[in-house]
Design a protein around this ligand. Structure first.
Ligand SMILES: [Fe+2]
Ligand SMILES: [Fe+2]
Length: 229
């Protein structure tokens, strides 16, 4: 017998409360990053091909994020009794492992080392402390897969045109995977949030990410701005 991996379809539909949370996240991000430039691209200098220093700094962050995603998602598996969510998260870890590997190769080609890069405290609070301590599947998928991955999809599409060609190619390979992680979050939340209390918890964790992410990105944008001088 031939088994195929679990799939999500772009045409799949989601519970209304999931769509409402996403609309709230979008509104939050529209307010936080009000000019057209978006996350990680807040200055005039960011709207043209990025300097090597800026590419290395952003790529270091993104490579770190993919690596941390492997660590916190693999930790979640130990306490994921929902077997469909467990299998989907295993597929996600494989994707994040590939992303880490590809981006790390770009970083090393640029002469940089992830081990020599230190994340800002606001980034550690968001990526390591918050994602690393989420209590259960609803909290984790609302925070990381719904809020975190939708933010990643949004910021990737806003910055990809300013990256070097070879890195653009890799990012375009990564983006459909992040869309899949977003869709699996929508699917699992639609299935397992059956009470108002669970739906409220999902919303709470998703919106908490919007706050943490905004603080981290604003701090990171300030650091990127110093590289332009
Ligand atoms: Fe990823
Ligand atoms: Fe992802």
């Amino acid at each position: 017998m031939h088994f195929t991996p679990m799939q999500t379809s772009p045409d799949e539909t989601w519970a209304t409360f999931v769509q409402d949370i996403e609309a709230e996240l979008d509104a939050h991000r529209d307010r936080a990053f009000s000019d057209a430039s978006q996350a990680f691209a807040a200055t005039e200098a960011a709207r043209q091909p990025w300097s090597r220093a800026r590419v290395i700094e952003w790529l270091s962050f993104q490579t770190y994020y993919e690596y941390q995603a492997i660590l916190f998602i693999s930790k979640w598996l130990q306490s994921t009794p929902e077997t469909d969510a467990l299998v989907l998260l295993c597929q996600q870890i494989e994707d994040e492992g590939n992303h880490f590997n590809w981006l790390n190769q770009h970083l090393e080609q640029l002469g940089a080392r992830l081990s020599e890069w230190t994340p800002l405290p606001e980034i550690v609070d968001w990526v390591e402390s918050f994602y690393g301590s989420l209590p259960d599947t609803i909290a984790r998928l609302a925070a990381h897969n719904l809020a975190g991955e939708s933010g990643a999809c949004r910021s990737f599409s806003s910055i990809v045109p300013f990256l070097p060609d070879d890195l653009q190619k890799t990012m375009r390979r990564i983006m459909p995977d992040e869309q899949f992680h977003l869709r699996l979050g929508r699917r699992i939340l639609s299935k397992y949030c059956t009470t108002d209390e669970q739906r409220d918890r999902a919303r709470h964790y998703a919106l908490e990410v919007a706050e943490l992410e905004t603080r981290a990105i604003q701090a990171f944008n300030r650091k990127l701005a110093t590289l332009e001088n």
